[in-house]
Design a binder for this molecule. Structure first.
Ligand code: CU
Length: 592
């Protein structure tokens, strides 16, 4: 037991796969997991879900500690879970209850978020700092306790405070119920591919320096796949994630974008990918040479090993949608290697150029929900509440005694409806539940305060206001939100993430949203997901039924935007029925 507690994840031995390969035949113990992390090259093994029993309570122990890690010739001490960078992957079944005790042994305040888990009536387990809980402080513990209801597929978990999720993240794979129909031929083997972002500097210092001076944070030094940058970076030939595949076999690739500040293009040389699921929701299959994936999103694809021999790079680089906006132009790679590969150098895929908005938009535009008798969708048709939320960058006026090294002598910021979110010091959900006044207001504007040509020439001196404002929504209301990008400083694709809900992406377009666009919405088979890349210089319309009471964070998943204010909260009221109210908080909710 001690071994398990130290290394990881409690009682369930198949819960963590150190090498991002999941296997059936051989049980992984945590000592091995640890070693597996040190190995850059790991051979392929088989998938596990078949022998896992269903609907169980799974206990995990996540110890937050420091770990010393070297990448691209740079050694640093980073914050990690159970000594692992990236953190442990969880493999669970639909219907399982997860009980994850988090013990914080580091100086930094920490919270963890289970990205995409709906947390029905249970926002206390959602995790965004100062929204649903105050942070777990050094020496403190908190147990995230939640049940996975009617969800299956690829999700993930990550820290939700400062820039800590750069190193504190892992996959959360939900295997479907035993007799559930999986709407595609399920391969025997699967590969997890977590795209991450690496800074040589301490990420909390990167964050704090940006906050102190009012500028955008420094760019990262590398991207990674499963924590490995790959051989296109200095000193990284050994730090390459490598998979051996067999000719004629199919593989399920679970791709997660855990990068902080970059949407990514991803592809594998000489191989097509067939998308079958996004954000743990099945899609109609789409065959493509590459995908675009925003931070927060997951994309599950089938790969058919149709080559005879050789080595092929899986590669990812940034989709940098904003003109003139600085970005990290480097490429991370992993190697897909056939058994017969001796004498073959790996081949790079032909990824879309970093500014290829046409490709990104075309890819997102092809996504459709599956819509079958087993997996029907309930797109709201009669809308009770309509919102127009402008999302974009901003410049805060310089206040006396602040450092203002940002644009035009102000401070770099971002806003929704010209309100730049200010984090409270008591969690919103606690203030809501215990009726504590003065923590937040409920007057978040339902539309922008000024109507201008949002995607044309930006108005000058449109400083945002600052506030901790929420939108109140009645239980059961059908909600439509149009996210409209603005050109303030620069238009840019913003990945908007809603906690507590999946939503249907019923429409998207370039330019300014017009109410007449609504007549063209797809209410038949729109894609359903939890994070949507709002087109650069454009808009995206989402719909959902407000059936989950609580306070739900709504924010850009580029941390450099969310941390300067591209955030707000939806307060969904309790309903009248017996199972329509937010549950009371657990006893160990961290104190504020
Ligand atoms: Cu953004």
């Amino acid at each position: 037991m001690k071994q398990e507690m130290e290394n990881g994840s409690g009682y369930c031995e198949d819960a963590v796969s150190g090498g991002r390969m999941v296997q059936t035949e051989e049980k992984i113990n945590f000592g091995m997991v640890h070693k597996a992390f040190l190995l850059a090259t790991i051979t392929f093994t088989l998938l596990t879900s078949s022998n896992a029993s269903h609907e169980q309570t799974r206990h995990y122990q996540f110890n937050i500690t420091h770990q010393t890690v070297t990448k691209i010739c740079n050694t640093k001490k980073l914050v990690a879970v159970n000594g692992q960078y990236p953190g442990p992957d969880l493999h669970v079944n639909e219907g399982d209850r997860l009980v994850i005790r988090v013990n914080n042994f580091v100086k930094s305040n920490v919270t963890l978020h289970w990205h995409g888990i709906r947390q029905l009536r249970n926002g206390w387990a959602d995790g965004p700092s100062y929204i649903t809980q105050c942070p777990i402080q050094r020496g403190g513990s908190y147990t995230y306790n939640f049940t996975i209801v009617n969800q299956r597929g690829t999700l993930w978990w990550h820290a939700h405070i400062s820039f800590l999720r750069a190193t504190v993240y892992g996959a959360l794979i939900i295997h479907p119920k035993v007799n559930a129909h999986v709407p595609f031929p399920m391969p025997q083997s699967e590969v997890l591919l977590l795209i991450g972002e690496w800074w040589n500097a301490d990420v909390e210092m990167v964050f704090n320096e940006a906050v102190a001076s009012g500028v955008a944070p420094n760019l990262s030094d590398a991207f990674t796949i499963n924590g490995q940058p790959g051989p296109l970076y200095n000193c990284s030939a050994e730090d390459t994630f490598t998979v051996t595949i067999k000719q004629g076999k199919s593989y399920l690739l679970r791709i997660i974008n855990a990068a902080l500040n970059a949407e990514m293009f991803f592809g594998i040389a000489n191989h097509k990918l067939t998308v079958v699921e996004v954000d743990a929701l099945y899609t109609q299959p789409i065959k493509t040479s590459a995908i675009v994936i925003a931070p927060g999103q997951t994309t599950t694809v089938l790969l058919h090993a149709n080559q005879i021999r050789g080595q092929f790079y899986a590669a990812a680089h940034a989709y940098a949608s904003g003109q003139g906006v600085p970005f990290n132009p480097t490429t991370t790679t992993a190697i897909f290697r056939y058994e017969d590969h001796s004498g073959f150098d790996p081949i790079l895929p032909d990824l879309p150029q970093s500014n290829d908005t046409g490709f990104a938009s075309g890819f997102d535009g092809r996504l459709r929900s599956l819509v079958t008798p087993e997996y029907p969708i309930k797109v709201p048709k009669k809308i009770h509440r309509r919102f127009l939320f402008t999302v974009g960058l901003a410049v805060k006026a310089c206040q006396p005694n602040r450092t203002c090294a940002g644009p035009s002598g102000g401070r770099f910021a971002a806003s929704i409806n010209n309100v730049s979110f200010v984090a409270p010091t008591i969690a919103l959900l606690q203030a809501h539940f215990f009726k504590i006044r003065g923590v937040f207001t409920t007057d978040f504007p339902s539309k922008p305060p000024f109507h201008f040509n949002f995607t044309g020439k930006a108005p000058k001196n449109l400083h945002p206001t600052e506030g901790t404002e929420a939108t109140v929504i009645a239980y059961g209301d059908a909600v439509q939100i149009v996210f409209q990008d603005t050109s303030i400083l620069a238009t840019e694709n913003h990945p908007l993430h809603l906690h507590g809900y999946n939503f249907f992406v019923v429409g998207r377009g370039f330019g300014n949203f017009k109410s007449s666009d609504e007549s063209k919405f797809n209410l038949v088979d729109p894609p359903e997901r939890n994070t949507i890349g709002v087109p650069v210089g454009g808009w995206a319309a989402i719909r959902f039924n407000a059936d989950n009471p609580g306070i739900w964070f709504t924010h850009c998943h580029l941390d450099l935007h969310s941390t300067v204010g591209l955030e707000t909260a939806l307060l969904v009221q309790n309903g009248r029925g017996p199972l329509e109210s937010l549950q009371p908080p657990p006893d160990d909710l961290p104190p504020c």
